[in-house]
Design a protein around this ligand. Structure first.
Ligand code: 13P
Ligand code: SF4
Length: 391
């Protein structure tokens, strides 16, 4: 597994509003031990009625999920937010980049609220706009930038999405990365190259396993090294330039544990998210987005056995919902997404009760210029043929 040596803020301390993980939580949070938290959330939601719409990502805690009006992966939730123009407040139980996308896709008179601003995403933090602009300049110096189409995973900050919008690129999700790459390779003829960020694994797994490129066609761009750690000849030869980023949750799954589980659970099927490393994906039976994983388990016959490589809150919920199937987690140690888990019941109650009191807290607002170009990149994704988050 690769690591990025970027200085990250310790959660809950300091403040860096330019980063994915802003870390401010003003106001008094209810105590986690307050026995009335559930009743308080129910009452606040009832008082707000249709004025509030609560979105929950599948990786959220059970205590939060019970209050979600709709659940989904990041793509579905962005579309669900856009489909609720009557809701004054969108409370986003997910992470910062998702709330930004919801703000971009909703109207100006709607407020998107992230109950804890420390709910960032370490992967999104691995590609900063200044680094991406430096990479673009280096690709220009190498004489290849006119061939490059930038594609960013949904899991990136709004300014990276805007960079793609400004430079002829698009956003993709784990549900439609193959369609987005096919679209990108059709943009500039046979010489097209794709610059894919921030998740090298999704980019590599899609380019190699879905589009038929070779591992040699893919190079890694390390933002901490000149030319991303590549020679000019390598930049000229590459078809896919993969940003050196990864998900700290999905990057934990290993090929060794796949082998161990195959040896211990008879007929187990390995089901993983494409943010997992290539060697894990190669050993899996099925690979797909969060929605794909859920749909696969729902459609699986009683008595079947599965080991799932994705976030633990979701895997535990799937296991509880399908007692007729054997469902194991594809890691030996705890593997929650720590930033997803920042959204807990005290933060949700605080956000909802503040709205009841007429105070909009933790509003996520993308500035107009960034929004304009990010919307172009998001719209290019929404216009892609054929695929939806449910695939
Ligand atoms: P999706 O919700 O698009 O499957 O992405 C997975 C993820 O890691 C979300 O943070
Ligand atoms: Fe980011 Fe990974 Fe957590 Fe998703 S699961 S929010 S990609 S760190």
């Amino acid at each position: 597994m690769t690591t990025i040596d970027l200085p990250l803020l310790p959660l809950g301390r300091g403040k860096d509003l330019g980063a994915e993980r802003g870390v401010e939580c003003p106001g008094d949070l209810p105590a986690a031990s307050d026995p009335d938290l559930v009743a308080r959330a129910v009452a606040a939601k009832a008082a707000l009625g249709d004025r509030v719409f609560v979105l929950g990502h599948h990786y959220q805690r059970d205590e939060v999920v019970q209050f979600a009006d709709v659940m989904g992966d990041s793509f579905k939730l962005a579309k669900d937010a856009a489909a609720r123009p009557e809701a004054e407040f969108i409370v986003f139980c997910g992470v910062h980049f998702m709330a930004e996308s919801a703000d971009i896709l909703t109207s100006d008179n709607q407020s998107v609220i992230l109950p804890d601003l420390a709910a960032g995403c370490s992967m999104a933090d691995m590609a900063r706009l200044a680094q991406v602009e430096d990479a673009w300049d280096a690709l220009a110096d190498a004489g290849v930038v006119d061939q490059v189409v930038p594609i960013t995973y949904m899991n990136s900050s709004a300014d990276i999405k805007a960079f793609c919008g400004r430079n002829g690129g698009a956003v993709c999700t784990s549900s439609n990365a193959d369609v987005a790459l096919e679209w990108a390779f059709a943009q500039k003829g046979a010489d097209t190259k794709v610059l894919f960020f921030p998740d090298q694994h999704l980019g590599r797994n899609t380019a190699v396993l879905k589009l038929g490129y070779t591992l040699e066609d893919c190079i890694v761009w390390n933002p901490l090294l000149p030319n991303g750690g590549n020679t000019v000849a390598q930049l000229q030869a590459a078809k896919v330039i993969l940003w050196k980023g990864h998900c700290s949750v999905h990057g934990r799954f290993s090929a060794e544990v796949v082998d161990e589980l195959r040896a211990t659970i008879p007929d187990v099927q390995i089901l993983v998210h494409p943010e997992c490393a290539h060697e894990v994906v190669l050993k899996a039976d099925l690979v797909g987005s969060t929605e794909f994983i859920i749909n696969t388990i729902e459609a699986a016959p009683a008595g079947s056995s599965w080991a799932i490589g994705t976030e633990l809150n979701l895997v535990k919920r799937l296991a509880a919902a399908h007692p007729d199937k054997t469902i194991a987690f594809l890691d030996k140690t705890v593997c929650y997404c720590s930033t997803m888990n920042r959204i807990d019941l005290p933060h949700l109650v605080w956000a909802l009760e503040s709205l009841v009191d007429g105070v909009v807290v933790n509003e996520i607002q993308v500035d107009g210029e960034t929004e304009r170009y990010a919307k172009i990149a998001l719209q290019r994704m929404l216009d892609l043929p054929g695929r939806s988050s449910a695939d």
